[in-house]
Structure formats: structure tokens, C-alpha cells
Design a protein around this ligand. Structure first.
Ligand code: ZN
Ligand code: ZN
Length: 408
């Protein structure tokens, strides 16, 4: 492992001359478990953390690991209605469904420890937010987090409590005037967007598969925020089968421009990795290499615009063996400034553990190389459906920021 390029000056979170990252982890996070057969299997986190360990990242001097207990109700209620929190507790105790609040549905079955499990994810992301805001560390990662579909008053799409929104809210409560939330999950980050829809202090940018073809059905380019916050919701709705190169082209054409104009004091990003071609729930085709590149871009952007303050969260991701551990171990390494080289041979010990646990044959290497992509400045191609999707977003949002949708 080699050292990353030196981060920009003025970064927060330096210790002994190193830019330090905090990883929130407790084996208790594996108890966020909707039961056998549910796609949100705890194995995704387990295999990720085993890979993080086998790669030696836990010994990196630029990474610290923090334990985490469930958040108090007061913390959960910074982004959720007290009635909803009470309903989650009641459903967990009685085992009874509450479909009006999204509890006991096919996506969100009731389980006995669901309140504590959800509240622990919230605590981890809030810890991450506090740690980067104080400047004690530069970056903080919660791979168990990123539950972006949960709404103020309802569970949705495997998400009980919205830890991503809670992290953003904590940054605001600590004094941030502007927080950017960047959501790379294949599904629209609808819960976070809805919670901050009318709040001009929060920019939400979601790059996802077109809602006409995928849950939750929202995230159209014309949706740009409430009347008091026009331009602070940004949605890039990509056609099915968009590949990694064109996904990166879409990110490059939209995300840095609006984030720079917004000028956040911190970035919270969601790294759901279900945009991969092997993912069973979505129809995008974004390689591990492209997702690793995207994490590097978000990291670089945090150093450029937000003094390095970066909270990175997990999210969706249901290709449990060949995608999730690779993308999220890479994310941890990226945040710790010890990025993993493309095509790295994965540790034999980890591959053996995966075989023992899953009966599956894991990938031998970490991707195949650097992702290739073409920048938007190469020119717009009206015959390309991804280019048309990119331009739709730029036309709706860029004028609100004084940016020209037609120029790079
Ligand atoms: Zn950094
Ligand atoms: Zn997703």
C-alpha cells in the first residue's frame, strides 16, 4: 500500500502529520437482520470487515476504529417523528405489523431488536458527523449506514431509521451552514431528500437508476427542492444498463459543479454499491473499478471544498461476495489515505473464509484496472440516452446556481 497524494492544506483531522480517518464498527451492527432470505443480509458487512482486517487496514496508523452503542431516542428524533419511534418499539415488542408506517412489510419485516439495531446505525453515523466536525479526524466511515429511504414517519426499502439524514442534521446542529449529501446508490435517496426538501442548508445529490424502472419510483431531474430551497435537490436519473464509464461521466458532469457552487462545510456521501452489474436488485452495470473511482472523487472533493470534512456511509449492495466487500473495503482504505491498487490480489485468507462461509468462489482480484470514462467536456451526444439524462438534470438545476447547462 502506498501513501495517497498529500491532501490540500487547511484540512482538518491531522495527527502526527497524517490525515486520520475513523471507522465506526461493532459486531453488534450485524444484528440489523430482517431474517433468512432477505437481501439485506448481515453477511455483506461481515465479509466487508473480514476483508478490511485481512488487508491489514485495521493496523494502518491513519485509521482508528470506534465502537458504537445505540443512539438515544432524542438523537433518533432529530430526523424522525416521536410517534414513529414509538411505533418501531411497539412493533418490535409485539411482533405486530404497522403497514401505515412501513413496518411489517415485505421490505421491512418486524424483528425483535429492530429499534436497537436501527438506532445503532444512527449512532454510528452521528458519531462520524461529530468526529469530522470537531476536526479530531478528517474523515469517518460507517459501512453499516446509508439507510437513505427511511422517512420522518415511516420505514421504507430495508431502512428503519435514516442515519444519513441524522448525520447531516447533526452537522447542522453543531453549526454547519451548508452540508452536501452525495448519494451514489442505484436507488434514489428519497428519504434524505424528503427530510431536507425545504432546507436551503442541505444540498442532496442523488445519482440513480431512473425511477420509472426501479424502486422507489422518484428522483426525476425536474425535482429540484422546495420553494425556499430551489436547486438544493439534484437528481440524475440514469437508464437501465448504464455502465461504469457513463456513470462516471454523469457524476463528473453534475456533482462537482453543483457542490462547488454550493460550497459545503462538510460532505456526507452514501456509497450503496448496488449499481453493479451483478447486483440482483437493480439494472445498472457499474464496475467495482468505477465505484472505487467515484469514492476517490468524493474524497478529493471534500478536500477541495470542505477542508476535508467527509462522512462516508454504506447503503444498498446485494452482491454480497463479489461486490460489496470489495467496494467498501476500498472505501475504508480510501478514507484512511492508503488506497488499494487496482487489480490487487485479494488475500488468500479472506478468500478462504468466504468460501467456508458462503460456499461461493470469491473474486481473485480487486477489479481489473482503472475505470475508463469520457469527460462531459468531450461534447454532448444527443443519440446517447445517458447523455440525455445528464443534460436533463443540468437544464433543471444548473440555472439555479448560475451555471450554464450547455457548457462544461
Ligand atoms: Zn483525505
Ligand atoms: Zn439501493
Amino acid at each position: 500500500m502506498t501513501d495517497h497524494a498529500a491532501p490540500a492544506c487547511h484540512a482538518v483531522g491531522y495527527r502526527d502529520g497524517m490525515c486520520v480517518a475513523r471507522l465506526l464498527w461493532s459486531p453488534e451492527l450485524l444484528r440489523y437482520d430482517f431474517g433468512p432470505g432477505h437481501p439485506m443480509a448481515p453477511a455483506r458487512l461481515d465479509l466487508t470487515m473480514r476483508l478490511v482486517a485481512e488487508l491489514g487496514l485495521l493496523e494502518a496508523p491513519s485509521l482508528e476504529v470506534g465502537d458504537v452503542d445505540p443512539a438515544d431516542d432524542a438523537v433518533v428524533q432529530t430526523v424522525h417523528d416521536p410517534e414513529y419511534v414509538a411505533a418501531v418499539r411497539r412493533a418490535a415488542t409485539t411482533g405486530q405489523s404497522d403497514p401505515a408506517r412501513g413496518l411489517g412489510t415485505e421490505d421491512d419485516p418486524v424483528f425483535a431488536t429492530m429499534h436497537e439495531a436501527g438506532a445503532r446505525l444512527v449512532a454510528a453515523s452521528v458519531d462520524a458527523a461529530e468526529s469530522v466536525w470537531s476536526g479530531r479526524v478528517a474523515h469517518a466511515v460507517n459501512v453499516a449506514g446509508g439507510m437513505h429511504h427511511a422517512r420522518r414517519g415511516a420505514a421504507s426499502g430495508f431502512c428503519i431509521y435514516n442515519d444519513a439524514a441524522a448525520a447531516v442534521q447533526r452537522l447542522l446542529d453543531l453549526g454547519a451552514d451548508r452540508v452536501a449529501y452525495v448519494d451514489l446508490d442505484a436507488h434514489h435517496g428519497d428519504g434524505v431528500e424528503s427530510i431536507f426538501w425545504d432546507d436551503p442548508r442541505v444540498l442532496t445529490v442523488s445519482v440513480h437508476q431512473d425511477g420509472h424502472t426501479l424502486f422507489p419510483g422518484t428522483g426525476n431531474p425536474a425535482d429540484i427542492g422546495g420553494t425556499a430551497a430551489q436547486g438544493t435537490a439534484v437528481n440524475v436519473a440514469l437508464p437501465p444498463r448504464t455502465d461504469g464509464g457513463r456513470w462516471l461521466r454523469a457524476l463528473d458532469a453534475v456533482v462537482p459543479a453543483v457542490v462547488r457552487e454550493f460550497g459545503p462545510q462538510a460532505i456526507v456521501s452514501q456509497h450503496g454499491c448496488d449499481a453493479h452489474g451483478n447486483d440482483p436488485l437493480t439494472d445498472l452495470d457499474v464496475s467495482v473499478d468505477a465505484q472505487r473511482t467515484a469514492a476517490r472523487w468524493v474524497h478529493d472533493l471534500a478536500h477541495e471544498v470542505a477542508r476535508g470534512r467527509w462522512v462516508a456511509l454504506g447503503g444498498g449492495g446485494y452482491a454480497v461476495v463479489d461486490v460489496v466487500p470489495l467496494v467498501w473495503a476500498s472505501l475504508v482504505a480510501e478514507a484512511a489515505h492508503v488506497p488499494l491498487p487496482p487489480g490487487l490480489q485479494l488475500p488468500a485468507a479472506w478468500r478462504h473464509e468466504v468460501e467456508e462461509l458462503s460456499g461461493l468462489d470469491p473474486a481473485e482480484r480487486l477489479g481489473t484496472g482503472e475505470a475508463e470514462w469520457r469527460p462531459w467536456s468531450d461534447g454532448y451526444d444527443p443519440s446517447d440516452d445517458v447523455d440525455r439524462a445528464i443534460l436533463a438534470t443540468r437544464r433543471h438545476v444548473f440555472p439555479t446556481w448560475g451555471l450554464d447547462p450547455y457548457r462544461d
